[in-house]
Design a protein around this ligand. Structure first.
Ligand SMILES: [Zn+2]
Length: 306
């Protein structure tokens, strides 16, 4: 058995058909982790769909209603960049339930892991960039509401700026937002995070890891009760929507750096997947599986220390 649970639901698949967003990756990750015997079926746990009440702590009622009833305007669907379906909406509700569960698990097990989520481009009143509702913000608000945490740190390593996260938590001193992203990429408008690391095109492993290490040191001085790690696979050199040049090994070291930095004080970590659009979806699956392996390795390493 793993020292933490893998949160997953078959309904995470957003039913997108032939789309650049490989929503089947969630199922493929589960299958790979089982096939490699990294995990066994008992390591997986299915979340419930998030309640509308929890969604409404972050999102405007009109947006939630239009998603629920299939009454988005054509402009809203175009901005979301996803074909509308009930399954798609249910997938987002399940993913948000999954991120809440992963965050709760993190408080118990030190690490929580959602094989889904990371929809950091969703705003309170609209969705964009393949993100309908903001599972990370919903989870932070849920745990704050239950007084399980006060302060949260979001470490966003997706290649794209965490614009929704920055907008939702602007002016909120209980949440520190850190985004490390390719500057000349979507989204064009980047509302300021507390810490934004704007990377030029083509950044490679060593520069990326240096910048991340420096930013993490500053961010950890915030002494958060929970760290949400947005482990996007799209800084990878073979990504179709990214313009950084990280190798598979560099991405592994990135994951290790985040988990090891968080587990020393110690701060619980809830990991979510976010983007990943490698030319070969198997590479995206490998990168996400490596994040789970880095999480497990960090806990094993820690348990061996005197
Ligand atoms: Zn991305």
């Amino acid at each position: 058995m793993l020292p933490f649970q893998l949160v997953y639901h078959p309904g995470y698949d957003l039913n997108l058909g032939d789309h650049v967003f490989p929503a089947r990756k969630y199922r493929l990750i589960r299958e790979r982790l089982l096939a490699e015997r990294f995990a066994e079926p008992a390591d997986f746990v299915e979340p419930e769909a998030v309640s509308d009440d929890a969604v409404l702590r972050v999102h405007e009622p009109g947006w939630v209603h239009r998603l629920r009833t299939g009454t988005l305007s054509e402009a809203e669907v175009i901005k979301l960049e996803l074909p509308y379906s009930r399954e798609m909406v249910q997938g987002f509700w399940l993913a948000a339930g999954g991120t809440i569960l992963a965050a709760r698990n993190a408080l118990r097990d030190r690490i929580g892991f959602n094989i889904g989520g990371g929809f950091h481009h969703a705003f309170p009143g609209h969705g964009e960039g393949f993100c309908a509702i903001h599972d990370i913000a919903i989870a932070i608000r849920a745990l704050q509401h239950e007084r399980l945490i006060e302060r949260a740190l979001v470490v966003d390593c997706d290649v794209h700026h965490g614009n929704g996260t920055a907008a939702i938590f602007a002016g909120d001193r209980s949440v520190l937002t850190l985004s490390l992203h390719q500057f000349s990429n979507y989204p064009r408008e980047k509302p300021p995070s507390v810490i934004d690391i704007d990377l030029p095109d083509g950044v490679e492993d060593s520069e990326y890891l240096d910048r991340l290490n420096g930013a993490l040191k500053v961010a950890m001085s915030f002494a958060p009760d929970l760290l949400v790690y947005v482990a996007g696979a799209d800084p990878y050199c073979e990504d179709q929507l990214g313009g950084l040049a990280l190798t598979m090994d560099g991405l592994k070291r990135r994951d290790q750096l985040v988990f090891e930095t968080a587990l020393v004080p110690p701060v619980p970590v809830a990991a979510v997947l976010a983007g990943g659009y490698a030319r070969d979806t198997n590479d995206t699956v490998t990168i996400h599986c490596n994040t789970a392996k880095a999480a497990a390795a960090t806990l094993v390493q820690e348990s061996r220390q005197p």
